[in-house]
Ligand binder design. Structure first.
Ligand code: UDP
Ligand code: MG
Length: 318
């Protein structure tokens, strides 16, 4: 019988673990789907991992692991994928904002032969204005850079074992799961869902963390910002040609004394462009530096007993 694995990234979610484990196991038992839940504690500072160990003891279908520190949700997803053994894997938030009722639907589509089932938000749920603005800007930039509609896409999706293996084979350290499943291709279908409200705890995203996430993912998935440097360069060249002509004409006409405003403006504009360009290039060099160092995406410090593998630094399946 086919097994469904569910990966649940958890960062300071002690209030959610037990409830989520209960809701999911009841639902999957009712739907008669053979399952496995994989909770990954992302270096939580609260009792998240203790709760995971507790539910794993009570239910043999539940596995868990914890990171040595906070590595971010991306790392959590990939660690989860690595641990899963199922024929299809669903990734979802452990705060139940991704409605579990959609799982049977995804599972059915998988049985029909779809290899990637993308969860698409039909609404973003209740969010503060600040979040809406920053998330809105984030998705606008992302959609443009990655050339796919990121506005309603999410990390809630089902992927076939084949696709899991493809993603796990990727050598890059800066991954962006949401876009990688599009990138991988395969037989894809979308499912709409309504984002639920968080019952316990609070969102882990702040404006700054979202911005950092946007920049990291944009640079790991697109080289357009680098091309932007060329575009800016061309604009300044065009501008300087116009100014050069004007300056020469004035010189020849003998009215070339004033013009400090132009000089100041030119220095400011060109200086700004150069610094911005250096910043963009610097960002890519930083990315390259990180990739070249080849450090693992995450370090697992502990796993529950039913997980097979070693727990030495970067965890590898035996
Ligand atoms: N999360 C994580 N590591 C982090 C931040 C978040 O594993 O550094 C998990 C978190 O526990 C949750 C999911 O990612 O299961 C989504 O986070 P959150 O609910 O805070 O985001 P939102 O739903 O507000 O976008
Ligand atoms: Mg959430």
């Amino acid at each position: 019988m086919a097994v469904l694995s569910i990966v649940l990234p958890s960062y300071n979610e002690e209030q959610n673990i037990e409830n989520t484990a209960k809701v999911l196991s009841e639902l999957l038992a009712k739907e008669q789907i053979d399952y496995e839940l994989v909770f990954i504690s992302d270096g939580s500072k609260d009792k998240t991992y203790e709760k995971i160990e507790k539910v794993a003891k009570e239910n043999p279908h539940i596995k868990g692991a914890c990171f040595s520190r906070n590595f971010g949700k991306e790392a959590t997803i990939f660690a989860g994928l690595q641990i899963t053994t199922g024929d299809a894997v669903i990734v979802m938030d452990c705060d139940l904002q991704h409605p579990p009722q959609v799982i049977p639907q995804m599972w059915k589509l998988w049985q029909e032969g779809y290899e990637v089932v993308e969860g698409i938000k039909s609404s973003r749920g209740k969010e503060s204005l600040g979040y809406k603005l920053s998330a809105g800007l984030f998705y606008k930039i992302m959609s443009y850079l990655i050339k796919m509609d990121m506005n309603s896409s999410s990390d809630f999706k089902l992927i076939d074992r084949k696709v899991v293996d493809v993603l796990l084979e990727l050598p890059e350290k800066n991954t962006f799961f949401r876009a990688l499943s599009f990138w991988a291709g395969f037989n894809t279908i979308t499912v709409e869902y309504e984002v639920q409200e968080r019952v316990y705890g609070e969102s882990k995203w702040s404006f700054v963390s979202l911005l950092r996430y946007a920049i990291t993912n944009a640079t790991s998935f697109s080289t357009l910002p680098l091309q932007l440097v060329t575009v800016m360069g061309m604009f300044s060249i065009l501008f300087s040609v116009v100014l050069a002509v004007q300056t020469l004409v004035r010189y020849l006409m003998g009215t070339a004394v004033e013009g400090f405003t132009t000089v100041i403006l030119l220095i400011l504009i060109i200086g700004g462009f150069i610094m911005l360009s250096l910043g963009i290039i610097g960002h890519y060099i930083a990315r390259i530096y990180e990739e070249v160092k080849g450090r693992p995406k995450y370090i697992i410090s502990n796993v529950t007993e039913n997980v097979q593998g070693e727990v030495i630094g970067a965890w590898k399946r035996r």
